[in-house]
Design a protein around this ligand. Structure first.
Ligand code: RIB
Ligand code: CA
Length: 322
């Protein structure tokens, strides 16, 4: 299989960290750059956490600072879920490297607008694991990106509900205006949403124990983060409970699209609802094409993720090529 060139946009919290470790270690994945945005924790911590994961993966990938806050909405963070440092307060050492001087939005525009002979033959897939502020800013700055970005795989949204509110998933809730800009764009998009992740992209004690005992600092880092996640879920549910880190699922789908079942749907972003701001409204009506408000599909919505293939990809990235 050919190598997949990708750019990752993240707000490195625990599940972003897991996704970064897998993408950076996966045998057929070439991460050209990582852009950071404020989200789970403030931007400075996101950048620090991202650099920490790059060093634990033994991959020297340029890391760029992007937007510190959403386009219009006040910042919202999620230390309650990711710890005050964003990495579960496990105690990772400070990174040795620094971020690149170039702004993340400038890097995104440069990566897609340089002539093809200056870039790898195939323009990189864009994997987003965070609020879509950087991507929206890049599209506003350089509208031609709509014709240049070949595919965006997003951890974003919910099909039947949210996590941050009953209606909205965190990445869309934090910056609904940015999500609206991206979802309205003509760029081919895949939305990896909460429900198929919860039902399919799961890891249990068995997989976590395998990774914990694997070689390399990437296994040590991934094992500690997964163990923290597994313990938290057991405490919350009162019994052993599988974990399904959302960003890890999105990264796996980006690297192996065949593990996902998708449906082409129209998805609208609610930016005004008192109770529904940040909702991804997926049009699943049976005769939607006959409806007076019918809109053409604009997103490939993931409806299922093959658990065995997801687990195999994660274990192979961590253990297979160490
Ligand atoms: O709703 C889950 C998403 O929000 C993940 O990307 C997580 O890291 C948070 O950013
Ligand atoms: Ca994230």
């Amino acid at each position: 299989m050919p190598t997949q060139n990708i750019i990752i946009d993240c707000d490195t919290g625990v599940d972003d960290a897991l996704a970064l470790l897998v993408a950076l270690r996966a045998p057929r994945c070439n991460v050209l750059g990582i852009t950071c945005v404020g989200g789970n924790v403030p931007l400075a911590k996101v950048v620090r956490n991202t650099l920490v994961m790059g060093e634990h993966a033994h991959r020297n990938v340029p890391t760029y600072q992007g937007a510190a806050r959403p386009l219009l909405a006040p910042p919202v963070t999620a230390e309650y879920a990711h710890g005050s440092d964003g990495l579960g307060d496990i105690g990772f050492p400070e990174p040795q490297r620094s971020p690149a001087k170039e702004h993340a939005v400038d890097f995104l525009i440069r990566s897609y607008m340089e002539t093809p002979d200056e870039l790898p033959r195939e323009l990189p897939l864009l994997l987003t694991l965070a609020p879509l502020t950087n991507i929206a800013l890049a599209l506003l700055r350089e509208p031609q990106l709509e014709e240049r970005i070949p595919h965006i795989v997003m951890m974003a949204g919910g099909i039947t509900g949210g996590n941050t509110t009953a209606a909205a998933e965190f990445n869309v809730y934090v910056d609904p205006e940015a999500a609206d800009i991206v979802f309205r764009s003509r760029i081919p998009k895949t939305m990896v949403s909460l429900e198929p992740i919860r039902d399919g992209a799961i890891l249990n004690e068995t997989e976590v124990a395998q990774i914990e005992t694997g070689p390399g600092p990437w296994c040590w880092a991934m094992g500690r983060l997964l163990r923290k996640n597994l313990t938290r879920w057991e405490e919350l549910s009162g019994r052993p409970h599988p974990i399904s880190p959302p960003d890890l699922a999105a990264a796996a789908v980006a690297l192996e699209p065949g593990m996902a079942t998708v449906e082409q749907r129209h998805v609208a972003i609610e930016t005004r609802g008192e109770h529904t701001r940040g909702m991804t409204l997926v049009d699943n009506r049976q005769f939607r094409h006959l409806a007076s408000d019918a809109m053409p599909p604009n997103v490939a919505v993931v409806t299922a993720i093959n658990t065995a293939r997801f687990q195999a990809l994660v274990l192979d990235a961590m253990l297979g090529n160490s």
